[in-house]
Design a protein around this ligand. Structure first.
Ligand SMILES: [Zn+2]
Length: 217
């Protein structure tokens, strides 16, 4: 059962296309599995459309129609997915439709129980979007965030002081949160995360691993 949903402001930003690509992807994954948030997003998209109708008509540029058609196509809930071929290591998980279009890089094991896999995307900002896996009972190194972070739980569950997040849940943290999320004992956990900035790890061993990886998550 889904217990944690994006805040209304996030759904509004998603509906008006104001989120970065990675942040938008995390929200889209949640929308794939949450009828409540899909309905709310449709409402906000309708509000946006109604406001547009009130504006004075302006001439469309040559590519506007193509962009609108692409956007409408993207919003078709059951269009056949043009899957780009996700890595075989993801076969055992149920992957939301939104993620099936993405290019996922190879896994990088950080410890015997934790791996990261970046989503290959041409972000204009320094945003980082990646899958992270941790085996059951893993406690992640304590860290703070250099900015906002969205998380979608694909499999399993984790807990931090703000609550327990299970399959389908959406979590948001900001730069003030210091936490050490812990995977529950029932199962391993796989999450999609998109962050404004790298984690600021609190312990030097964790910072060393982060530096060795070459890509600061
Ligand atoms: Zn929801």
């Amino acid at each position: 059962m889904i217990r944690h949903h994006p805040a209304a402001e996030i759904l509004v930003d998603y509906a008006r296309g104001a989120l970065d690509r990675g942040a938008s992807l995390v929200v889209a994954c949640h929308l794939d599995v949450c009828e409540i948030c899909r309905s709310e997003t449709r409402l906000w998209e309708g509000v946006g459309g109604a406001l547009l109708e009130k504006l004075d008509p302006a001439p469309l540029d040559a590519n506007a129609l193509a962009r609108i058609m692409t956007r409408l196509d993207d919003q078709q809930p059951h269009r056949p997915t043009r899957e780009v071929g996700l890595p075989a290591y993801l076969n055992r998980y149920s992957i939301p439709r939104a993620l099936k279009h993405e290019s996922v890089a190879s896994r990088r094991w950080v410890t015997p129980g934790i791996w990261f896999a970046p989503i290959v995307a041409k972000e204009k900002t320094g945003r980082r979007t990646y899958l992270i896996y941790a085996s059951r009972g893993t406690v992640m190194p304590e860290h703070q965030h250099g900015g906002g972070e969205f998380t979608f739980v694909l499999h399993g569950a984790f807990s931090d002081p703000s609550g327990t997040y299970g399959k389908g849940d959406f979590a948001e943290t900001d730069e003030r949160a210091v936490h050490a999320p812990a995977v529950t004992q029932e199962s391993c956990c796989l999450c999609l995360i998109s962050s404004d900035a790298p984690m600021a790890l609190k312990s030097w061993p964790a910072r060393t691993i982060q530096r060795l990886l070459g890509t600061p998550y």
